[in-house]
Design a protein around this ligand. Structure first.
Ligand SMILES: [Zn+2]
Length: 338
């Protein structure tokens, strides 16, 4: 949904991990047979895919495999350190970095940040969460952290049940203290939780009970969608299901004017600056997903089928998976709701 500016400078780690696994100085690539090269290229593209969507288990498996062919490749070694960090395996991350025989500022950063996170968890007396890898920004109190976590764990369980899907990787959660929401002023119109690969939640939003629930469910749904598929999910499917689950836009009137095109609905409209246009795209997204769910009665089975449809996106594409699960295409679906 509409997003507030990011509360936190984008972590440097994001940059480290988005750097693709491409430079293979240590590989002695030219000495490999054609078949070996093909295999390596295939593994590199899978690795990059897993890094992109935050599937750390898959990324670790592939990077370890690549390291067998190129044990001294510093790019791979840095990735492995970052992947351990992302899985909350801080001690292992530090231990691994100590075995490396080169220095790099990104590695120093990982060691520093790992130590800091261990310390913060210990100081707050917070146990590691079952489903979230925690980071803090701005020194939230233990009470705020515990309360936010309790709410998030409940939301996690219900969405997991709804889709009948248990993510393999922990979700990254940044709990931050947002100065804007400190104290007990009037309820804010918008509470700044976002999902940008990490779930960023202002801990003080818990004071605004009637607002935080839909916001958390909305953003957490995006996190689940990302965990369910490596595919680029059409924006209308992602925003549609998130709105259905957050249930905060149910009674909005149909926007006036011509419906948007399938292309406009498919491409990202999250940052659409024109409010009217954005509203329309969100409205049609929700309608289209609702329509799919209603065709299966709108109950638990309907959500599970939608989850399967998302999971088949990667192999079948948008219209392929819609055809398989609903015998329709995005174009026809759009026609049926307008
Ligand atoms: Zn959204």
């Amino acid at each position: 949904m509409a997003q507030k500016n990011k509360p936190e400078r984008i972590g440097r780690l994001v940059c480290i991990l988005l750097m693709c696994v491409v430079a293979f100085a240590g590989f002695r690539y030219y000495k490999k047979t054609v078949e070996e090269r093909l295999q390596i290229n295939q593994m590199i593209s899978v690795t990059n895919e897993c890094l992109r969507v935050g599937d750390w288990k898959c990324a670790e498996k592939n990077v370890r495999e690549l390291l067998k062919s190129a044990p001294n490749d510093t790019n791979l070694q840095m990735h492995l350190a970052g992947i351990l960090f992302e899985q909350e395996r801080y001690k292992e991350c530090i231990g691994y970095i100590e075995t490396l025989n080169f220095k790099h500022s990104d590695l120093d950063y990982l060691v520093e940040k790992s130590n800091l996170l261990e310390q913060e968890m210990a100081q707050l007396g917070v146990e590691k969460s079952m489903h979230f890898r925690l980071e803090f920004d701005g020194g939230p109190s233990k009470k705020d952290v515990m309360e936010a976590l309790a709410v998030l764990e409940v939301a996690y369980d219900s969405i997991s049940n709804l889709f009948d899907f248990m993510p393999e990787n922990k979700m990254s959660l940044v709990l931050y203290q947002d100065a804007e929401f400190q104290g007990t002023g009037p309820r804010p119109d918008w509470v700044g939780a976002v999902f940008d690969g990490k779930l960023r939640v202002p801990v003080n939003m818990m004071e605004y009970r009637e607002v935080y629930r839909p916001v958390l469910f909305h953003e957490l749904t995006h996190a689940f969608v990302r965990a369910m598929t490596h595919a680029n999910v059409p924006c209308w499917m992602n925003e549609g299901i998130a709105q259905v689950i957050d249930a905060s836009h149910n009674n909005e009137d149909r926007p006036t004017g011509a419906p948007p095109s399938v292309e406009a609905l498919e491409n990202s409209f999250v940052k659409e600056p024109n409010t009217e246009k954005a509203k329309k795209l969100y409205w049609y997204s929700r309608k289209m997903v609702e329509e799919l769910l209603q065709r299966d009665g709108g109950g638990a089975a309907a959500f599970r089928k939608f989850a399967k449809c998302l999971q088949d996106l990667q192999s079948l594409g948008m219209d392929g998976t819609l055809q398989k699960h609903y015998e329709t295409t995005a174009q026809n679906l759009l026609k049926s709701v307008r």
